[in-house]
Design a binder for this molecule. Structure first.
Ligand code: HEC
Ligand code: HEC
Ligand code: HEC
Ligand code: HEC
Ligand code: HEC
Length: 215
């Protein structure tokens, strides 16, 4: 993939460099800010094939995020669960519900449920869940209070400026790893102070150079 990408990215780098020079010469920082990619799809809520609710399962029932998204601390991708995970319970719970018909069909045929992706970065951006989650960045920093959502909504822009804002000052968003999936967790004192201490002891340093996120 990197071979296809580097050509495309080379062009993009030159475009970006040209834009920066022009902007600095002409209209200054304001225009530069406007030229940065931003605000992609905030508020996006696709219609899903099954009315699965995080509010019910992760909120009321208290299932941990990693019960279903079990690769999130082990791989680049968080991964949506296989139908078998749902059927751990739904062979017994609400086993006749019409709302679960598509889940039972999927289980019987082996055809996965066609979940619609909510968050999506362009192919030329490298992102890795494991790196963030094991550094102590909670799901809530990037996905909001999913445990209160009946339908998952994109709440952050996923723009370059957004990534960089945190990479330049991660302290307020770094917590002890055991709380990354506790979306309502609050430290005793100032979160930034605790974050700063963790960053120091663990040597956390998010990349700000282009090749960190564009490989
Ligand atoms: C019982 C299984 C289950 C649990 C527990 C669960 N999820 Fe999910 N999650 C799903 C399924 C199924 C989808 C795909 C359908 C959808 O988007 O609602 C999904 C989708 C998502 C998405 C959107 C992915 C995309 O397409 O971009 C996010 C973000 C997410 N979950 C975060 C969380 C967080 C955070 C928690 C813990 C608070 C959690 N999930 C707990 C099953 C689960
Ligand atoms: C740990 C057990 C458990 C798992 C795993 C689980 N569910 Fe559920 N689910 C429940 C319970 C409990 C209810 C609520 C039943 C009630 O309202 O009495 C429920 C309700 C539902 C409903 C509403 C059904 C209705 O008729 O009201 C849907 C739809 C649903 N789940 C989909 C899913 C999907 C899709 C997955 C897999 C991604 C999943 N569930 C995984 C326990 C589970
Ligand atoms: C630093 C920000 C960040 C954190 C922290 C984070 N995510 Fe994500 N998540 C993203 C982005 C960005 C995407 C879109 C990735 C893509 O399109 O390549 C995404 C996508 C997803 C998806 C869709 C499947 C996938 O891997 O593309 C799920 C499910 C998900 N996240 C769940 C979680 C859960 C659960 C947690 C906490 C344990 C979490 N995320 C923590 C930013 C984050
Ligand atoms: C809320 C804070 C936060 C946000 C938002 C965030 N990051 Fe990070 N990122 C971190 C932290 C903390 C690390 C861990 C650095 C370490 O361990 O040294 C990190 C590490 C990384 C790494 C290095 C990991 C590796 O595998 O080399 C990449 C690449 C990265 N982030 C990309 C992104 C991208 C792309 C986005 C936006 C879509 C993003 N990040 C958004 C906090 C954040
Ligand atoms: C922390 C991660 C991160 C770093 C570091 C980063 N970028 Fe990006 N970049 C992104 C993300 C995420 C996007 C996609 C944003 C979007 O879709 O709006 C992006 C998009 C771009 C684009 C495409 C804009 C477009 O509209 O097609 C260019 C060009 C770009 N970056 C250049 C750079 C350059 C040059 C650097 C170094 C000065 C850099 N990036 C550093 C995350 C990063």
């Amino acid at each position: 993939m990197s071979a296809i990408f580097s050509k495309q990215f080379d062009t993009k780098l030159r475009l970006a460099a040209a834009a920066v020079v022009l902007v600095l010469g002409a209209a200054g920082a304001v225009l530069g800010y406007l030229l940065l990619p931003q605000q992609v799809d905030t508020g996006y809520v696709p219609v899903q094939p099954v009315a699965y609710s995080h509010k019910l399962h992760a909120g009321n029932l208290g299932l941990d995020c990693t019960y279903c998204h079990y690769t999130v601390d082990k791989s680049r991708f968080a991964a949506v669960p296989a139908t078998e995970t749902c059927m751990n319970c739904h062979v017994r719970v609400k086993e006749k519900s019409p709302q679960l018909q598509k889940v039972r069909d999927s289980y019987a045929t082996g055809q996965p449920i066609p979940w619609v992706k909510v968050h999506r970065l362009p192919d030329y951006v490298y992102f890795n869940h494991q790196a963030h989650v094991t550094a102590g960045v909670s799901c809530v920093s990037c996905h909001g209070r999913v445990d209160q959502m009946k339908e998952v909504m994109q709440v952050q822009p996923l723009s370059m400026a957004w990534c960089l804002d945190c990479h330049r000052n991660p302290a307020p968003n770094v917590r002890p790893v055991e709380y990354v999936t506790k979306l309502d967790w609050k430290p005793e004192g100032d979160p930034a102070e605790l974050g700063a201490r963790l960053i120091k002891t663990k040597g956390i340093k998010p990349p700000e150079n282009c090749s960190g996120c564009h490989r």
